[in-house]
Design a protein around this ligand. Structure first.
Ligand code: C2O
Length: 353
């Protein structure tokens, strides 16, 4: 049996990964209707694709637009805390789906570590992007993607490193600032090496995760997760580089914030808070792009055909504040969803070890 969409009525307290209860509720705001009457989502008609571009290469005009959209989203937290389009509400979606707020089939719902990872985050970004566009009246607004699989993108995209801008997050690890090259394979330990070596290691890693270790769907997407069966077997890209990028950008667990609070990896390094860093959605843009790039390699690299995957469901609020149920089967083709990725070369394809 596929994983059904959680019901808002059953939403309870969430727990910080490796920590205490989340000190606030991560549940979505009350719904206008009963859960059973929430309709299935239908794609609105569109005239132009939204094109997601590499975050390191955007121009000032785009940066201004993106900042404005995020700051309007942040403003909603103050003026209408129960508006589902608000910045914290959007971040709480991740918390609710990943930190045990919902019980499904007698177990905590968890959209990581299994084949739900790619489709959940695709739908999540889909609505997030439309909300940002709505807030600035731009129906073609598209998120940027953090192009960490290309040497030019292997550092925090500069637009996120401007103190005081709405894309900045002061709870980020300071080590990620000022162009530090990131290590796609590191779970926290630092290896002393040259920038050039690090970049070449990253490309080798990408080849391994996209090609060598992911010749068929379940290895790429992760293990089956169906009702009553909680697996913990993430796909290749979810494990590396997805997790290392999170750990890299969040503070070190156990360290102290200036106000004395102990860190649980906030923001990026813990599921409950990851969506509070705007760079989260940029990181996941590239994770999502890897899904398309993986299929483009060919061979047996195709979407899963099992019904238990195709019929799994989630629910989200759209940009008009209406809740909808969505199915995995409707998110397999990004162009049908109304967006695509601006192409970038994928040099890792030539980095066979
Ligand atoms: Cu839902 Cu990158 O985590």
């Amino acid at each position: 049996t596929p994983i059904p969409s959680p019901d808002l009525k059953t939403c309870g307290r969430a727990t910080i990964s490796d920590g205490p209860l989340v000190p606030y509720s991560c549940c979505p705001p009350p719904m206008p209707t009963n859960f059973d009457t929430i309709p299935y989502y239908k794609f609105p008609s569109m005239t132009k694709l939204r094109i997601r571009t590499p975050a390191h290469a955007v121009d000032e005009e785009y940066i201004a637009k993106y900042n404005l959209a995020i700051s309007r989203m942040r403003d909603l937290d103050k003026t209408e805390p129960l508006n589902p389009l608000g910045f914290k509400q959007q971040a709480n979606i991740h918390c609710a789906y990943c930190n045990g707020a919902y019980i499904i089939g007698g177990k905590e719902l968890q959209v990581h570590n299994s084949w739900l990872f790619f489709p959940f985050h695709r739908w999540y970004l889909y609505f997030y992007e439309r909300i940002l566009g709505k807030l600035i009246d731009d129906p073609t607004f598209a998120l940027p993607y953090w192009n960490w699989d290309h040497p030019k993108g292997m550092r925090l995209p500069p637009m996120f490193d401007r103190e005081g801008s709405s894309l900045y997050d002061e709870r980020r690890n300071q080590q990620v600032r000022n162009g530090t090259v990131l290590d796609l394979g590191s779970f926290g330990d630092k290896v002393e090496t040259t920038q050039l070596q690090l970049m070449s290691n990253n490309l080798t890693l990408m080849y391994r995760q996209m090609v060598t270790n992911a010749p068929c769907p379940l290895l790429f997407f992760g293990a089956p997760y169906v009702l009553g069966n909680n697996v913990e077997a993430p796909g290749t890209i979810e494990t590396i580089p997805h997790i290392p990028v999170h750990i890299w950008a969040g503070t070190v667990r156990g360290s102290k914030f200036p106000n004395g609070d102990v860190s649980y990896g906030e923001d990026m390094g813990n599921f409950y808070s990851a969506g509070l860093d705007p760079v989260f959605y940029c990181h996941h843009g590239n994770v999502d792009r890897m899904w398309n790039e993986w299929k483009a390699i060919g061979g047996k690299r195709r979407d899963i055909s099992e019904k238990d995957w195709l019929n799994s469901e989630f629910f989200f609020y759209d940009e008009h504040k209406n809740p909808y149920r969505v199915k995995v089967r409707d998110c397999l083709d990004t162009k049908k969803m109304g967006y695509d990725y601006a192409p970038m070369p994928t040099p890792w394809r030539n980095f066979k070890p």
